[in-house]
Write a protein that binds this ligand. Structure first.
Ligand code: SF4
Ligand code: SF4
Length: 421
């Protein structure tokens, strides 16, 4: 289980890098929009935005309800790097070394490891990790080519002038976090953990203790020493700090397997009252089955929301409009009559586009366009001016059409009103 957890923790970190690098999701700070698969997602793309959040929040609620704060134990980078920092510290400064905010002793180093070389190696490792990790948030705001320019100190117009300062602040925060804060943040400062705990119930995944074999614990406290949140795994409760990391289970298993017996701790769903009885059942050679049924029953309201959200998202992506067209009254010196209109074109794709514009419904020769097409090298907006000459009093409905080279077409209907003679 320890190996599986490590694989999931580092896999989650790799995913956090792959998501923006692959273009699956990032944020375009210049346009203040989300970007999914190289498409700008505007708030006007209602089905995509609403569907995504409805599906995500429903799935998260189901996850919290089923496995509690397991995200912290199996996925969260804060825990991953706190554990990594603990392992490196023990390797360089001794098994009992403690340099983080543990809540008790502030600094403890094995006498045989008190060497400035060890401290230097530890500092350099933490600094290197902080410098690398601070790049990950930037990947969500800039394409990989821009980040490469940033790393190699090349001028790139896509990068914000203050990015070096922002990066330095990120790196410093991460350095302090992995050097001294570590699990102190998880225990006393993490709001997200508290949020996850608020969805826990008596049926949520928890640690079951085989009390029938409790005499094995008389001279042992191994599970307590490995618990990152400093609780007693033999006596967990619904709203305690347990993050279901399973470190205590692995620890106890590693001791008991040497004696040819299963560990005294295990994961279990279902009523905690049952988990107490699990010990007796285990002693009798049986195991109480995981009680997933009650959890599934509670999904009856959240699962439909998750499915509706996913359907909205897929529907939105399938009907995605890569180009946007709006027609406004132009902000020019109009006088008594409005004769100028601004045709606002937008390319929402991060690739070149040529958009042709034409007007239908107005009398022949009564209007002029400042251009009949707009070329884009990437995402962006351009305006074309439409001027309508003097027309007799009346209402003139007309349509502005925009068509891409690939045949995607957008129409905008509006009307020109002439009140004077
Ligand atoms: S590691 Fe196992 S045997 Fe040791 S105290 Fe914990 S539950 Fe008991
Ligand atoms: S009790 Fe066990 S599963 Fe819970 S946080 Fe501690 S070590 Fe992890």
């Amino acid at each position: 289980m320890r190996l599986l957890r490590r694989a999931l923790q580092w896999g989650a970190l790799a995913l956090a890098v792959l998501i923006p690098v692959s273009g699956l999701f990032r944020i375009d700070p210049a346009a203040a929009t989300f970007v999914v698969l190289d498409r700008q997602i505007w708030f006007a793309d209602f089905f995509i935005v609403a569907g995504f959040w409805v599906a995500l929040s429903s799935v998260l609620v189901m996850t919290y309800s089923m496995v509690g704060a397991a995200f912290c134990g199996w996925v969260c980078p804060q825990n991953t790097f706190s554990e990594w920092a603990n392992r490196i510290t023990k390797r360089l400064l001794g098994k009992r070394a403690e340099v983080s905010l543990s809540g008790e002793e502030t600094l403890r180093v094995s006498s045989g490891k008190k060497s400035w070389l060890n401290w230097l190696a530890l500092g350099l490792l933490f600094l290197g990790a902080a410098l690398l990790l601070a790049l990950i948030p930037l990947l969500y705001f800039y394409p990989p080519t821009a980040i490469w320019s940033f790393i190699t100190f090349r001028h790139d117009v896509r990068l914000a002038p203050s990015l070096h300062w922002i990066y330095t602040v990120f790196a410093l925060i991460i350095l302090v976090d992995i050097a001294v804060v570590r699990h102190f943040f998880c225990r006393f400062m993490c709001i997200y953990r508290v949020w996850q705990h608020s969805f826990k119930t008596t049926h949520t995944l928890h640690i079951a203790y085989d009390a029938a074999r409790g005499e094995r614990c008389a001279t042992c406290n191994y599970c307590l020493t490995v618990c990152p949140v400093d609780i007693d795994p033999r006596n967990t409760s619904v709203y305690d700090s347990c993050i279901n990391c399973g470190a205590c289970i692995s620890a106890c298993d590693s001791l008991q397997y040497k004696k040819g017996e299963p560990g005294l701790l295990s994961f279990e769903f279902g009523e905690r009252r049952l988990s107490r009885l699990a010990g007796q059942a285990l002693a009798a050679g049986g195991r109480i089955k995981s009680n997933l049924g009650t959890l599934v029953g509670r999904f009856s309201w959240s699962l439909p929301f998750a499915l509706i959200g996913a359907a909205m998202f897929v529907w939105g992506m399938a009907g995605y409009q890569p180009y946007h067209l709006t027609v406004y009254r132009a902000d020019t010196n109009q006088g008594a009559a409005i004769r100028d209109y601004r045709i606002a074109l937008a390319n929402k794709l991060y690739r070149p586009a040529l958009l042709k514009v034409n007007v239908q419904g107005l009398p022949e020769g009564s209007y002029t366009l400042s251009a009949d097409q707009a070329g884009f090298i990437s995402v962006g907006r351009q305006d074309i001016n439409l001027h309508i000459s003097a027309l007799p009093r009346g209402l003139y409905p007309f349509v502005v059409s925009m068509e891409s080279e690939q045949g995607a077409r957008v129409d905008y209907r509006t009307q020109h009103v002439v009140t004077g003679s």
